[in-house]
Design a protein around this ligand. Structure first.
Ligand SMILES: [Zn+2]
Length: 99
């Protein structure tokens, strides 16, 4: 019985130290991730990107291609009528209205 009085506090102390170290390491990892993301996005111009994405979207709309995986779109029959769906379904789930 005496040995339990020795083991239980050691196990609790170990668990506390383990989770503290784990928590500190994950905080550090998050900091590194934030730093990398900030560096990568430092010259990101949201309005410019938005315009570019819109023009790509228009292009894909004209040639009936999936803007996500560049497969062709096919006309499908759904519960609410016809719609354009990606031919790579179910790998890609892009859809858009027929009109
Ligand atoms: Zn697709």
């Amino acid at each position: 019985m005496d040995i339990l009085y020795l083991i239980i506090p050691s196990v609790i102390a170990f668990a506390i130290i383990y989770y503290t170290v784990y928590y500190l390491l994950s905080l550090r990892e998050q900091k590194i991730r934030d730093k990398v993301a900030n560096e990568l996005l430092s010259d990101f111009d949201y309005e410019k990107e938005k315009k570019e994405i819109k023009s790509y979207a228009n292009l894909f709309q004209v040639i009936q291609m999936c803007p996500i995986c560049i497969s062709s779109l096919v006309l499908r029959d759904g519960k609410y009528g016809e719609f354009w769906g990606c031919s790579s379904f179910p790998k890609c789930r892009f859809t858009k209205n027929k009109f």
